[in-house]
Design a protein around this ligand. Sequence first.
Ligand SMILES: Cc1cc2nc3c(=O)[nH]c(=O)nc-3n(C[C@H](O)[C@H](O)[C@H](O)COP(=O)(O)O)c2cc1C
Length: 332
Amino acid sequence: MEWLPVRPVVQAPMAGGGSTPALVAAVADAGGLGFLAAGYVTAARMRSDVEATRALTDRPFGVNVFLPAPPPADADAVAGYRERLRPVAARLGAEPGVPRGRDDDWAAKLDELLADPPAVVSFTFGRPAPEVVAALRAAGAAVVITVTSAAEARRCPDADALCVQGVEAGGHQGTFTDRGLTGKPLRKLLKEVRAGTDQPLLAAGGIGTDRDVADVLALGAQAAQIGTGFLRCAESGAGAVHKAALADPRFTATALTRAFSGRPARALVNRFVTEHTEAAPAAYPDVHFVTSPLRRAAAAQGDPHDLNLWAGTAWRHATTAPAAEIVAALTP
Ligand SMILES: Cc1cc2nc3c(=O)[nH]c(=O)nc-3n(C[C@H](O)[C@H](O)[C@H](O)COP(=O)(O)O)c2cc1C
């Protein structure tokens, strides 16, 4: 497993701009493993991020891809939610978006990754077909699949490693199908998955300190995967409003919500989460497209109350230290 990092610290892929080439390279050079996020970007943008990262480091790194979304959910429910958000949109001077493509440029991204693979390719929101896993491995990439239950883990015997994601994780739960605003605590889940497989495991969700990392290593993980802990560092591409909110004492809790994207994701509890979580339909990525112009406007206006402030339960540990220092501090 030569792609496993020297230090047991993996920087999570963070779609939406968080995991920049600079962040991935800084983590790699510090002895960790960094992931670029290909979610929500075109295959061409993924390629340019890979090239930019290679220009910054010779160390291995990974690229994370979203599985295509399932067939459309209830269109009336999406339309109803769109109407519900009109007053928010009006306040922000924006128009709710309309649902677009569902496959996130899947085929073009796979073609790119097969033609010129990074050291690791990880998947979220499902398991790719066995032929895809086999082709990537034959091309020289290690394949990691995100799982959130022992049952999902059992469906991935062909992966080089599993990313075991607990309910504490910031951002989306990588469940194969939407199973509601619930999930398993990481330590419990890790024990269950470890009992069923010898595959290397990356443990993700709510890891904020070197003691947390030591805990998951003791439970059989090969490394800890951390997202929120890197969001505030200089190399992170997270927006200024998001970075500031993570240090804002007005935010006192996180919660799982479908309000922003239609799939359960953990965010700081702000006005949008409070007002719309109950009404939001299970309709990913339709809801993502509906709220996208609102989120863009909120970010531009410096408004943290209508923004998706993805954060894991250990968000208070996120610091503005350089990424290399964060990797060192998280190493037991
Ligand atoms: C801002 C943000 C964006 C994320 N985007 C992705 C993504 O694109 N792909 C993915 O597999 N996981 C994504 N995640 C989840 C991480 O992979 C990981 O499970 C999570 O960050 C771990 O929990 P923590 O945030 O408490 O450290 C994201 C997390 C955050 C905080």
